[in-house]
Design a protein around this ligand. Sequence first.
Ligand code: KPL
Length: 308
Amino acid sequence: MHYVLVGPGALGCLLAATAVKGVKDGDRFTILDYNSERAQHITQNGILYEEATSKSSFAVNAVSDPHQLGRVDVVLLCVKSYDIKSCLDICAPILGPKTLLIFMQNGISHLACDSALHGATAAYGTTTEGATILGPGHVRHAGRGTTHLGFLTPPTEHFDNLLSATHKLFCQGGMEVKLTTNILTKLWAKLFINVGINALTATLGCKNGKLLSLPGASQRMQTAILEAILVANAKGIDVQGDPVESARSVCLKTAANVSSMLQDVSKKRRTEIGAINGAIVAFGKRLAVETPENKLLMEQVKDIEKEY
Ligand code: KPL
C-alpha cells in the first residue's frame, strides 16, 4: 500500500509523524510537497515532533514532483481549503480510479468541491488534534483529540478497505481515530468548534485556552456557535450533543495551542475564514437565518488580512 500525504503544514506534519510510526513493512508512506526546498529539508531531517517536553524525529521521504510516485493507493490532502483546486491539478499524476482521496480540511466549503478528482474517490476526515508548526517539518503536538474518517455516500468494498487500512495505520501510530458512517455530522461538529474558536483567537491574539477566561470571549464563542446551529438546523444537519460545551472542552484540551487561524494571521497568510464563519454567513443568507456574530468575526478577520 502506498500512502501519500500532501501539505506538510501543522496537521500534515502531525499525521506524517503518526503514519511513519504506524506504517508496516511492505507499505510506503511519502510526503508530496510543491515546495521543493521544504521537501528536501524534510527528506534530510525527517519530521521533528514535539509533545510536552519530549522531542523525536521521524525519517520520511518527501518529494516535490508527483511524476516520481505514479498512481498511489491513498492520498491524504492536508492543504488549506482554498488551495484544493490547484493542489488537485498538481496531484493528477498520483490519482486514478483506484485511489482513495481523503480530504482533511477545516470548514465545509470543500464538501461542494467541484474540482476534478482525476478519477479518485473521496472520503473525508476531521480532527480535534491540536498542532502548531514551528518550522519546516517541525511540529508541536499541542493537544490530543479524536479524528473521524468516513464517506459521504456508501463506498465500494475496495475503497472501504482502503479507508480501513488508513484507520489502522493511524491507530498503530498512536492516534485516536474512528471510522464513522456519519461523517457529515462529524464535519459539522468540528465546524461548530472552529466557528467558536478560530476567528476569536485570531482577532484577540490568544491561545485556545484563554477564550474561557478573557472577558466577553466565552459569550461571543457561544453566540457564534448558536447561530451556526440554527443554520445547521435549517439545512437539515443532524446536530449531536452540545456543540458549545464541546468547543469549551476543546479549549481546555488544547489550551496551549495556537489555533490554525491565529497561526495564519501571525504569519500573514491567508486564513480559512471563508470556509468557517464565512460559510455560516453564506448559508445563513441563503436560508434566511440571521448570523450577525459570524458576520462580525468574518469582517474582523478580513480586516486583519487586508493589513498584510
Ligand atoms: O482545529 C483547530 C484549529 O486550530 O484549526 C482547533 C481544534 C481549534 C485546535 O486549535
